[in-house]
Design a protein around this ligand. Structure first.
Ligand SMILES: CCCCC/C=C\C/C=C\C/C=C\CC/C=C/C(=O)SCCNC(=O)CCNC(=O)[C@H](O)C(C)(C)COP(=O)(O)OP(=O)(O)OC[C@H]1O[C@@H](n2cnc3c(N)ncnc32)[C@H](O)[C@@H]1OP(=O)(O)O
Ligand SMILES: Cc1cc2nc3c(=O)[nH]c(=O)nc-3n(C[C@H](O)[C@H](O)[C@H](O)COP(=O)(O)OP(=O)(O)OC[C@H]3O[C@@H](n4cnc5c(N)ncnc54)[C@H](O)[C@@H]3O)c2cc1C
Length: 667
């Protein structure tokens, strides 16, 4: 079957054109599955087309050759152009369309609105009262003000209970006094805080009549709206260059007894009355909702990061020829090597799996916020917190690994910034740290798991949430040839065993006299293992559910191959648990390996199209190696020629140092 789009393929590298001819499915149809609906997939394409018609948004100097200041200026220039065209390009207030627009035009290196869209506005939506929304939300949405989310401090990021910034209520003036009592209390890391934002959501310890009520969100004006100068009492600046993400001005912030009105405490769920009396929220952690929101997006966002790296690596692997197989008259595409396929294809499967999870968790968050805001129903919070805590940790870890493999799969050229993979890697792995350090979040997920195991042990399995129901499944012998459900059963047994073992270890230390906290720490590695298995089981089940629901036969067939690869690869990856516990035999292991190798062969003809289906434009990819036309060598040469070092034949470093040094050596 051929789905070659003549218009697109004309003039492309013939090797890539051949790959596109062999695809067994329509990439537009696959895009509908990836992006969750026909409507959104079509809107993405429409937006991409509209962007391509705006000359001011087309390629400028490559980002790799820009200084940090130039990158920030360029991002702001693009934002300005976008704002002139905003209403033509996207439906106003459509978060997904806005994210796509930013991703495509400005890319992933950060920009002044990165936190405005992803945390500042969502915090106002979830935490501000109707009255407060009236005051700030409209202005924020119109971009009259730029906001960020200032929580982490120099001394504390993970342990929020120890944040030191205080917001002390003064009943006589009906104000909160924000203060940074020590150097470690300086806010440190918030994106777009340093130079761009003029407002921030500041998480500070609410203090009333000498009593601490823990971290609460406040909206704080940082800079004068006309001059952009910091307001008196505020110290703010950029924290300096980072591993990647250098288009963003992550910042520091200190307060010197800075006063804000009482109405600046976000009061949708809790209140401080004029006399200082405090009304509790319906759930103690409701103020953390913006973090849950970002975590619920991370499977999707990280999946898309890994997808970008894989589009580059897979296209390049179809163009790169090196070495021989049977035919000695022509070198083979490196994509034909089994090792190359094994390096890339399991990550392709993970990309799809992560994205399917992301589609689900984004919706779960939206539902939760509706339940909380409309009905005061907080019952879904604990489950979503534990699910997204585990998911963000597992997904970011594997995304980092997958991107690094994609880089190596491009050989030497992968190491060049022309590939853009190093930037994608640098940005993606920040996700292992932000929104909760991965180990810390795995341990949050483990709290829920241990509680669930304890319920089973106490004879209350009926109280388990559906996600934990597998903890009651009895051991069974499984015939792997029957299909995905058999893999799920084995995975469930492995995950269940580990959850029980880790809990047993915890209890053993407690019985021996350790406090729960100490016993917890002595069991922490085992607990994180349980969380990973639990989360990987969720990912696997989501992948299966999604593929089962697809109606397009050819898309479903291609994704079934990918799903089979995923099932075999994941099970093989955790086989040591299964072997140790006698859940799987070595014969079954051999079966899984053979299935895995045959999946690689099945996926091979669709590899390029599976990645083309993400429909990233060249503008978004920013990769010389990964361009859709596949003219890698010509483009690489052009790119190298544009290096600032090549703008003169003899560099000052040569005339100033190397020449005199060589002259001296002659004497
Ligand atoms: C957004 C990006 C999209 C686009 C991508 C483009 C480019 C990306 C590139 C760059 C990055 C761009 C943006 C990055 C933005 C980053 C922002 C940030 O990083 S903001 C700061 C994030 N900080 C954290 O995540 C801190 C982590 N720590 C915590 O969350 C908490 O301290 C912790 C660990 C949960 C503990 O909280 P604590 O208050 O101490 O609670 P306890 O331990 O006492 O637990 C008591 C019970 O409460 C439960 N709990 C905790 N949190 C929640 C919650 N949110 N919801 C529900 N329940 C919760 C906890 O599990 C306990 O339950 P049990 O008692 O066990 O039942
Ligand atoms: C690119 C980027 C963007 C960011 N953007 C923002 C932002 O917009 N706003 C904002 O407020 N913050 C932001 N942050 C900060 C980020 O949220 C924190 O860095 C993160 O939550 C981790 O906290 P930490 O730095 O205190 O790490 P630490 O907690 O100091 O981690 C150090 C080590 O200690 C371990 N550790 C800590 N506690 C425990 C525990 N209880 N049990 C076991 N191990 C533990 C960790 O696993 C880790 O190995 C950003 C960070 C980055 C890198």
């Amino acid at each position: 079957m051929s789905f070659l789009n003549k218009e697109i393929c004309d003039g492309d590298n013939p090797d890539l054109t051949e790959e596109r001819r062999t695809a067994t499915f329509d990439t537009d149809r696959m895009a509908q599955v990836i992006y969750g609906s026909e409507k959104f997939a079509a809107r993405r394409r429409q937006i991409t087309k509209s962007i391509s018609r705006i000359p001011a948004l087309q390629d400028t100097k490559p980002l790799a050759f820009m200084t940090r200041e130039e990158k920030i200026t360029e991002a702001c220039r693009e934002l300005d152009v976008l704002s002139d065209h905003w209403e033509q390009l996207i439906y106003v207030n459509d978060e997904e369309e806005a994210l796509h627009l930013h991703r495509e035009v400005i890319g992933m290196e950060g920009h002044p609105f990165a936190l405005h869209e992803t945390m500042f506005i969502p915090t106002l939506v979830s935490q501000a009262s109707d009255e407060q929304q009236e005051k700030w939300l409209g202005r924020a949405r119109k971009r009259e003000i730029i906001g960020c989310y200032a929580q982490t401090e120099l001394g504390h990021g993970s342990n929020l209970r120890k944040l030191e910034t205080t917001a002390t209520y003064s009943p006589s003036t009906q104000e909160f006094i924000l203060h940074t009592p020590t150097i470690t209390a300086l806010k440190w890391w918030p994106g777009a805080l340093g130079k761009s934002s003029n407002y921030a959501i500041v998480m500070a310890d609410l203090v009333i009549k000498n009593k601490s009520y823990g971290p609460h969100p406040f909206i704080v004006q940082l800079r004068d709206e006309k001059t952009h100068q910091p307001l008196p009492g505020i110290t703010v600046g950029d924290i300096g260059p980072k591993m990647a993400f250098n288009g963003a001005d992550n910042g520091f912030l200190g307060f010197d007894h800075f006063r804000i009105p009482r109405g600046n405490l976000l009061m949708r769920h809790n209140r401080v009355e004029p006399d200082g009396s405090y009304l509790k929220p319906p759930h103690a952690k409701i103020g953390y909702s913006s973090m849950v929101k970002v975590r619920s997006r991370m499977a999707m966002d990280q999946g898309l990061f890994m997808a970008q790296a894989l589009v580059i690596a897979v296209r390049y692997s179809a163009v790169r020829r090196q070495g021989f197989l049977e035919d000695k008259s022509q070198e083979v595409k490196v994509l034909d090597y089994q090792t190359q396929q094994h390096r890339l294809f399991p990550s392709i499967a993970r990309v799809y799996a992560f994205i399917f999870c992301g589609l689900e968790t984004i919706q779960l968050y939206e539902k939760l916020i509706l339940d909380v805001n409309k009905n005061g129903d907080t019952s879904g919070m604990a489950d979503l917190h534990s699910l997204t805590s585990g998911l963000k940790s597992v997904v970011t870890h594997f995304t980092g690994q997958g991107i690094e493999q994609a880089r190596m799969a491009c050989g030497g050229h992968g190491y060049s910034m022309a590939s853009y993979i190093s930037e994608i890697y640098g940005v993606a792995v920040a996700g292992c740290t932000y929104e909760g350090e991965n180990m810390v979040m795995l341990l949050q997920c483990a709290r829920a798991l241990v509680k669930a195991v304890e319920l089973v042990e106490e004879g209350h399995p009926e109280k388990l949430s559906p996600m934990m129901a597998y903890l009651t499944k009895p051991s069974v012998t499984v015939d792997l040839t029957v299909g995905p459900e058999a893999y799920v059963k084995i995975f469930q047994l492995i995950a269940k065993k580990q959850a029980f073992k880790a809990t047993e270890q915890l209890h053993k230390f407690m019985v021996a006299g350790d406090s729960r906290d100490v016993a917890w720490n002595k069991s922490a590695v085992e607990l994180t293992k349980a969380s990973r298995l639990h989360t990987r089981l969720y990912i696997l089940k989501t992948f299966i559910r999604r593929v089962e629901s697809i109606t397009d036969i050819s898309v479903k067939a291609a994704l079934t191959d990918l799903l089979n690869l995923h099932l075999n690869y994941e099970l093989l990856d955790v086989a040591s648990y299964a072997l140790a516990d006698g859940i799987m035999s070595s014969t079954q292991m051999d079966f899984i390996k053979n299935q895995l190798y045959s999946s690689l062969e099945k996926i091979r003809p669709n590899a390029v199209s599976l990645m083309d289906s993400f429909q990233f434009s060249d503008l978004q990819l920013r990769s010389v190696l990964g361009r859709r036309d596949g003219h890698v060598y010509q483009n690489l040469f052009e790119w190298a020629k544009s290096s600032p070092l090549n703008q003169s034949e003899v560099l000052p470093s040569v005339t100033q140092y190397l020449k005199p040094m060589m002259e001296k050596s002659k004497l």
